[in-house]
Design a protein around this ligand. Structure first.
Ligand SMILES: Nc1ncnc2c1ncn2[C@@H]1O[C@H](COP(=O)(O)OP(=O)(O)OP(=O)(O)O)[C@@H](O)[C@H]1O
Length: 217
């Protein structure tokens, strides 16, 4: 199988607290995998390891079959991985929606006019074009989540790492996210407490429990 993400014997401790031990996981090309588990078991920590943010783990992380040994290795794949953190309060770098979504693309070297057009397209696709000139910090939490997702999707990463993508969303917005994520052909790891939400995205669900990742079904 062609794997986008492979974890081999990943163990991680937060301070002196061992959160998980010898975790193995493979996410295939365009496969969607969900991870559930109780509060505080380490789901976000695991995603941060895969996102290249948390480096103090044991074991091996591979992206597209390349062993990631350090930040320098990870940098080669930075445009291939889109990470939506659970807390998006420090996610945004520009004041308005359109500027922020464009900014993500500008970092890949695309010129301003093209970035603007692409930003309009992604906002339309996510049905938030009407928010384009709004100040991000004046938006609701749910609206901010969708803007953050737009900023990630616009760079067309091959891997999406989504930490609780619907935790501030109402039913309508959750439905919209399900529709969007189902229409996207990418490798994904989705963390969520909402089983009804993830069951509409993927049959492949794991539970982080007793420091292990176990098949949920
Ligand atoms: N920056 C930090 N400093 C100290 N402890 C932390 C830090 N971040 C997380 N922790 C602790 O690490 C453990 C795992 O946290 P993590 O956020 O990975 O869990 P989680 O499974 O994602 O939880 P939740 O479902 O509540 O989001 C928790 O006990 C948490 O208190």
């Amino acid at each position: 199988m062609s794997c986008s993400i492979t974890l081999k014997n990943i163990s991680y401790s937060n301070k002196d607290n061992l959160l998980f031990k010898n975790i193995n996981l493979s996410v295939g090309h365009e496969e969607k995998v969900a991870i559930i588990g109780s509060n505080g078991v380490g789901k976000s920590s695991l995603l941060k390891i895969i996102a290249g943010i948390e480096e103090s783990f044991l074991g091996e992380l591979y992206l597209f079959h390349h062993l990631i040994k350090d930040k320098k290795d990870y940098k080669k794949f930075r445009f291939e991985v889109g990470y939506l953190p659970q807390d998006i309060s420090s996610f945004f770098l520009s004041p308005t929606v359109i500027e922020d979504v464009m900014f993500s693309l500008r970092t890949t070297g695309i010129n301003k006019d093209e970035a603007y057009q692409k930003a309009l397209e992604i906002l339309e696709q996510l049905e938030i074009l009407h928010l384009k000139d709004r100040i991000i910090y004046e938006l609701s939490g749910g609206e901010q989540k969708i803007v953050a997702l737009a900023g990630i999707l616009i760079t067309k990463p091959k891997i999406l790492l989504l930490d609780e993508p619907t935790n501030a969303l109402d039913e309508e917005s959750e439905k919209r996210i399900i529709k969007i994520l189902n229409s996207i052909k990418k490798s994904m790891i989705i963390i969520s407490h909402h089983k009804s939400f993830i069951e509409q995205l993927t049959p492949t669900i794991y539970k982080l429990e007793n420091k292990k990742l176990i098949d949920y079904k």
